[in-house]
Design a protein around this ligand. Structure first.
Ligand code: AMP
Length: 307
C-alpha cells in the first residue's frame, strides 16, 4: 500500500528541564515520515520549506525510502519555525513562537504519483490546506487520517470542522478533544467528535496512553512508563506515523488491526521522547521496535479468573 502525508517540515527550538536546543529539524510531516519509514515502503511527503532548510535532511529521509518530491523549496523564504518550552510536568508545554513563514505561501500540489494513496495522512497544518490535499486525490483513499492541534482550533475552527467531516480517523490530544467538542469527559468528547465525521477517534493522553473509540467500542493502550522523558516534541506526530505505517504494512484497516496500530504508534512515540527532536527516530532497528512492542504487550497482559 502507500501513504501520502501533508504537514510541516520545519525548524524547532525546544527547551525542556533537561536542556535546550537551537534550531533543529522538526515539523509534523518530518516526525510522521521518520516513524512510518520503519513500516511503509511507499511513504510520500507533501510540504513546503524555505531555502534556509538543511537539504541534507531531505537526503536522509530519501535514504529511508521516503519520497520527498512533493516538498516545494521556495527561494528567499524561511521555513516554518516553532519554539516551545516544557515544564517539569512534560505533559504540558507553552508555545513560545509560531512563525508560519513560507507556510503562508503554501498551495499544495500533489505530484501525479501521489494522487492515488491507500492512506492519506493529513498531518498538523492549516485545515484549509488539508482540505486542498483531499480534493486532489483522484480516488478516495482507503483511509483518511487527520491530526491537528489547538493552534488551528483557535484560528480556523470552521475550516477544521469542514475537513473533519471528510475523514475516517482523527488523532488529537485530550485538551484538543475537549476544545473541539466542548465536552470535558473524553468519552462524551469522542462521541461528539464522531458525529462530526470520523468513524474512529483516537485521543492521545501523553504519558497516560491513548484511547481508540469506534462506535460503542473503546480500546486503551497505555504509554510505556519511562525513567526519563527527555523531549516530548513530535511524540503525537510520531504516534500518527507509527499508526498509519503499521496499517500500511499490514494492508488491514479493520478496527482490530487499528488496536495493534495504536500499540505500534505508542511504541514509536516512546522512542521519540528519549532524545531531542528526531534523533532517536533516526537510529532504530526493527529488533528494537519489536522488543518495545513486546514490552507494551506485557504491560497490558493480565491473567485473571473470575468465578
Ligand atoms: P507534537 O509535539 O506532536 O504536537 O508536534 C510538534 C511538531 O509540530 C513540531 O516539530 C513543530 O514544528 C510542529 N508544529 C508546531 N506548531 C505547529 C502548527 N501550528 N502547525 C503545524 N505544525 C506545527
Amino acid at each position: 500500500m502507500s501513504i501520502v502525508t501533508v504537514g510541516t517540515v520545519a525548524f524547532d527550538a525546544i527547551e525542556t528541564p533537561f536542556g535546550k536546543t537551537d534550531k533543529i529539524v522538526g515539523g509534523a510531516a518530518t516526525y510522521i515520515s521518520w516513524a512510518a519509514s520503519y513500516f511503509s515502503n511507499d511513504m510520500n511527503i507533501v510540504s513546503i520549506i524555505g531555502d534556509d532548510f538543511d537539504m541534507d535532511e531531505l537526503k536522509k529521509l530519501k535514504a529511508r525510502g521516503v519520497n520527498t518530491d512533493g516538498i516545494e523549496i521556495v527561494a528567499g523564504e524561511k521555513s516554518f519555525f516553532w519554539s516551545g518550552k516544557y515544564h517539569m510536568d512534560m505533559n504540558t508545554r507553552d508555545t513560545l513562537v509560531t512563525d508560519l513563514n513560507v507556510l503562508l505561501k503554501f498551495n499544495p500540489v500533489l505530484p501525479a504519483s501521489y494522487k492515488n494513496p491507500d492512506i492519506l495522512m493529513l498531518g498538523n497544518i492549516d485545515p484549509a490546506l488539508q482540505a486542498k490535499v483531499i480534493d486532489q486525490v483522484t480516488t478516495r483513499p482507503k483511509l483518511v487520517v487527520l491530526d491537528t492541534m489547538n493552534f488551528w482550533m483557535d484560528i480556523a475552527m470552521d475550516n477544521l470542522k469542514a475537513v473533519i467531516s471528510k475523514i475516517d480517523v482523527i488523532t488529537i490530544n485530550d485538551e484538543e478533544a475537549r476544545q473541539l467538542s466542548g465536552e470535558y469527559s473524553l468519552v462524551r468528547a469522542a462521541r461528539k467528535i464522531a458525529t462530526m465525521g470520523p468513524k474512529y477517534v483516537v485521543i492521545k493522553k501523553g504519558e497516560h496512553g491513548a484511547l481508540l473509540f469506534h462506535e460503542d467500542n473503546v480500546f486503551f493502550c497505555p504509554a510505556l512508563p519511562l525513567e526519563e522523558v527527555f523531549d516530548p516534541t513530535g511524540a503525537g506526530d510520531t504516534f500518527a506515523g507509527g499508526f498509519v505505517g503499521w496499517l500500511d504494512k499490514t494492508k488491514d484497516i479493520s478496527y482490530d488491526n487499528m488496536k495493534r496500530a495504536l500499540i505500534y504508534g505508542s511504541a514509536m512515540a516512546s522512542f521519540c521522547v528519549e532524545k531531542f527532536g528526531t534523533e532517536r527516530l533516526r537510529e532504530l532497528t526493527q529488533e528494537e521496535i519489536q522488543i518495545r512492542v513486546n514490552q507494551f504487550i506485557n504491560l497490558m497482559k493480565v491473567d485473571i479468573t473470575i468465578d
